[in-house]
Write a protein that binds this ligand. Sequence first.
Ligand SMILES: Nc1ncnc2c1ncn2[C@@H]1O[C@H](COP(=O)(O)OP(=O)(O)OP(=O)(O)O)[C@@H](O)[C@H]1O
Ligand SMILES: O=P(O)(O)O[C@H]1[C@H](OP(=O)(O)O)[C@@H](OP(=O)(O)O)[C@@H](O)[C@@H](O)[C@@H]1OP(=O)(O)O
Ligand SMILES: [Mg+2]
Ligand SMILES: [Mg+2]
Length: 363
Amino acid sequence: MAEPTRRFGVGYALAPKKQQSFIQVSLMNLARSRGIDLIRIDTDKPLVDQGPFDCVLHKVCGEDWKKQLEDYSAKNPNALIIDSPEAIERLHNRISMLEVVSELNIENETESFGIPKQIVIYDWDTLLDPSAWVEGLKFPVIAKPLVADGSAKSHKMSLVFNQDGLSKLKPPTVLQEFVNHGGVIFKVYVVGDYVKCVKRKSLPDVSEEKLGSLEGSLSFSQVSNITTSERNDDKYYEMMDLEDADMPPESFITDIACGIQRVSKLHLFNFDVIRDTRIGDRYLVIDINYFPGYAKMPSYETVLTDFLWGVLNKKETGLGNLQVISCEKEARKLIGNNTCEGTDGPLPVSPLNREETENPIQV
Ligand SMILES: Nc1ncnc2c1ncn2[C@@H]1O[C@H](COP(=O)(O)OP(=O)(O)OP(=O)(O)O)[C@@H](O)[C@H]1O
Ligand SMILES: O=P(O)(O)O[C@H]1[C@H](OP(=O)(O)O)[C@@H](OP(=O)(O)O)[C@@H](O)[C@@H](O)[C@@H]1OP(=O)(O)O
Ligand SMILES: [Mg+2]
Ligand SMILES: [Mg+2]
């Protein structure tokens, strides 16, 4: 392969765990061979004193970091910030996160989609009085922390079977209808205009009979990432056959992915989808994550390198549809969404969500 004529510096600011999983030698080498140097940003030092970077990738929370990005943008107006902190923040709250889905307008004759019924509870009185909940929200419910900032705490969930299980919860909490879905979730990874859907193990269905005999609640965390050694042998868990589950239609999933991208203005995210077993062709989005565990996505090195190369070269050649978004202080340049937007007919997203079975682990 010919040597790239122009080199680009991409700074990344990631928590140590994320850095370890994402910044693999294979990714660094492939990116380097395409003229892209991935450079660690030291978050203990001012960002403005580092670089210069053509692009900044980041998953760091907080007002201080946001201010640092603003200062960096002001000083380096051509640097691409992927993604905007304001857009990412929307995913840090499990209510505003799923409101993105409610804003989508997708026509589909066969399949339908939505989000499960959910309510946010701020106080004990409302928590312990199910008659005060939104109409139709019944047991079992999943209690999720309102905040979804990637901390271990934000992943701690409880499946609550009856009123007894409520007393263990701590407001503020989101109570979400638990929807039987055959024990399989679909994880849809999005990287710019690339979409990839994979299957993962999920929680098993809860039958009416089981509901009557189960104790108050069951706690769990990151169920789709659980390894065999961590497997809880509780009789509640049972075998599920991931292989047998049909994938959702590719174009339908791609339409939802593009829709979420358009509404959220994010380029690096994944979302979890379940198929409601009560209504076969109904799909529910239950979670959206910023900058997820891409290293588990097949060929992640190529996908991420292609994405970076694309945005950097569009910028460099002046062909990119850069979008200037004004924020309170100054205008900041962000990468433009020039792939999924405003097209008639099929959206130009790579139809790559081939059937793939991942994480063949019993929950
Ligand atoms: N409404 C629901 N109905 C049925 N199962 C659900 C529902 N919500 C969540 N689950 C199950 O619980 C798991 C964890 O929920 P969720 O994805 O919201 O948590 P998370 O900690 O944000 O996950 P991630 O690790 O993907 O960030 C899901 O992967 C799925 O198996
Ligand atoms: O990569 P990280 O350590 O950040 O963890 C992410 C985790 O990936 P990992 O399994 O590689 O750990 C992701 O799993 P997949 O969706 O890819 O299955 C998902 O759970 C994200 O929500 C996590 O991000 P967080 O919410 O914690 O920031
Ligand atoms: Mg999830
Ligand atoms: Mg999540």
